[in-house]
Design a protein around this ligand. Structure first.
Ligand code: HEM
Length: 452
């Protein structure tokens, strides 16, 4: 058994082989000397190789851009626009070693990376009942029709601006994914840029994979596109929502800012690093509470792949008056699971379940929450779902929120604007002005520089 454990690493391939761990200074002792290293050399090398909160902060021109805009006094700024640019840039740099946007200067919609513009419009275009009709009836049929050119031709013949806008957006997303992939391939051919982001590692691993394991070009494009899409729109929606709520609750905004200033002061005035920023309790509570009550995805859609019996958490009264505690679900049935409903259920979270109260995370959660057995990877919440198709980016998202909020709140105050904001749920929750165009989400808020 022991011999096998020692030689296994050299004989059996593991997917983890593709993820570079910290280099060991001794082949005999592995990483043990690093445990006892008091100089921090290893730690700094690790930061150099893999990046850190400080490095990411350096990358963001966000603070400077906001500062430029408010240097002559408070100004109305579209927070959604900025959070979309920021989250795209963060996943670009850390997920694919690719920069979409310098964030250095304020740019009008026309100056944005086409990807950014497309994703921003995508959610808006998908609102409305025609979307339900198309996703329920047209897409399942289209997916079975395995002739891409014919499908494109049909789409091009449809006399609808909405369809053409959607087609252009999908084309831009695909083109961007191809560009990123080609850039990586070129870097590899020219001697490998040695980047450690997910897509660079994937491209390198794919090039050396056995034929039967290798992903096709189309499959890699798909990975790039889905990673970018899954990471950007959800995160920009959540960040915008957090800032919006802080605008409505100035006292909470002040308390959060106080926590950030104190932590920085205790760190001798230096920027907080990863470990420090993740341990700030109130920052964590504000994020957790917003993701509980306002999940960016409020519904998860699933299709039953076989006949099944669905047990209910409590009996319900049927149309015949009987109480039933389970439901028969035939193969092929579409199921809509309400993420919002589960996260804000008063029977689980208590009477105040539908109120936004970050303090609930600073004390023990109700026993019913612990006992709820929610399918969840995050704090008994369904925000990132659970199981094998749960979100892979939930830790990434939280760290990203903490970094962005710590940058913004220590320099600016956010106040709600005069217009009423409605949060629509076309897919990913997004803000629109009351009475405004639902296909053009935006979140104007008043931003003022702090006098510190
Ligand atoms: C607040 C931010 C986020 C929320 C609320 C969120 C939520 C979700 C949810 C609910 C799913 C499951 C969708 C389904 O199967 O129906 C999912 C999947 C996924 N998420 Fe996230 N996500 C967030 C941020 C991120 C980030 C930052 C990344 C990448 C770094 C990411 C990458 C993914 C990927 C790749 C999947 C597909 C996983 C699979 O199907 O196996 N997400 N996300």
């Amino acid at each position: 058994g022991l011999t096998w454990k020692l030689v296994r690493e050299y004989l059996v391939k593991s997917p983890l082989d593709q993820i570079p761990g910290p280099r060991s200074s001794s082949w005999l002792a592995g990483n043990i000397p690093e445990f006892y290293d008091k100089t921090g050399k290893h730690y700094y090398q690790f930061l150099e190789d893999y990046g850190s909160v400080m490095k990411l902060q350096g990358l963001l021109g966000l603070q400077k851009s906001f500062m430029n805009q408010v240097k002559n006094g408070p100004k109305e700024i579209d927070i959604l626009h900025w959070m979309s640019r920021t989250t795209l840039e963060i996943i670009g740099q850390s997920g694919m070693g690719y920069s979409f946007d310098s964030l250095k200067e304020d740019a009008g919609s026309a100056d944005l990376h086409p990807y950014s513009r497309s994703v921003k419009r995508f959610g808006g275009l998908l609102s409305g009942t025609h979307t339900f009709f198309i996703t329920s009836y047209i897409l399942p049929f289209a997916a079975k029709l395995n002739y891409p050119r014919l499908k494109r031709w049909i789409v091009e013949c449809i006399p609808s601006q909405w369809v053409h806008d959607l087609k252009d957006i999908v084309d831009t997303i695909q083109k961007t994914a191809v560009d990123i992939y080609r850039t990586k391939q070129k870097a590899m051919i020219e001697g490998d840029d040695g980047k450690k982001d997910i897509i660079s590692i994937l491209v390198r691993a794919n090039a050396s994979a056995a034929d039967e394991d290798r992903l096709s070009d189309e499959e890699v494009f798909g990975q790039v596109a889905s990673l970018t899409f899954a990471a950007m729109d959800t995160s920009s929606s959540a960040l915008s929502r957090i800032i919006y709520i802080l605008g409505e609750h100035q006292e909470v905004q002040d308390r959060l800012r106080q926590e950030l200033f104190e932590a920085k002061k205790n760190n001798n005035g230096k920027d907080l690093d990863y470990d420090q920023i993740t341990t700030l309790p109130f920052l964590d509570a504000v994020i957790r509470e917003t993701l509980r009550l306002h999940p960016p995805l409020s519904i998860a859609i699933r299709t039953a792949r076989k006949d099944m019996i669905l047990p209910l958490s409590k009996p319900i009264k049927s149309t015949t008056g009987d109480h039933i505690s389970e439901i028969f679900v035939p193969n092929g049935t579409s199921l809509f699971a309400s993420i919002y409903g589960a996260n804000a259920d008063p029977e689980i979270w208590g009477e105040d379940a539908q109120e936004w109260k970050p303090e609930r995370w600073l004390k023990d959660l109700p026993e019913k929450v612990e006992a709820s057995q929610m399918p969840s990877i995050y704090s008994h919440l369904m925000t990132f779902l659970g199981g094998s198709r749960a979100c892979i980016g939930f830790k990434f998202a939280q760290l990203e929120f903490k970094i962005v909020l710590s940058i913004l709140l220590t320099s600016f105050r956010f106040t709600s604007g005069p217009q009423k904001i409605l949060w629509t749920m076309p897919g990913i929750t997004s803000p629109v002005l009351e009475g405004g165009d639902i296909t053009h989400p935006s979140l104007p808020m008043l931003v003022s520089p702090l006098d510190v």
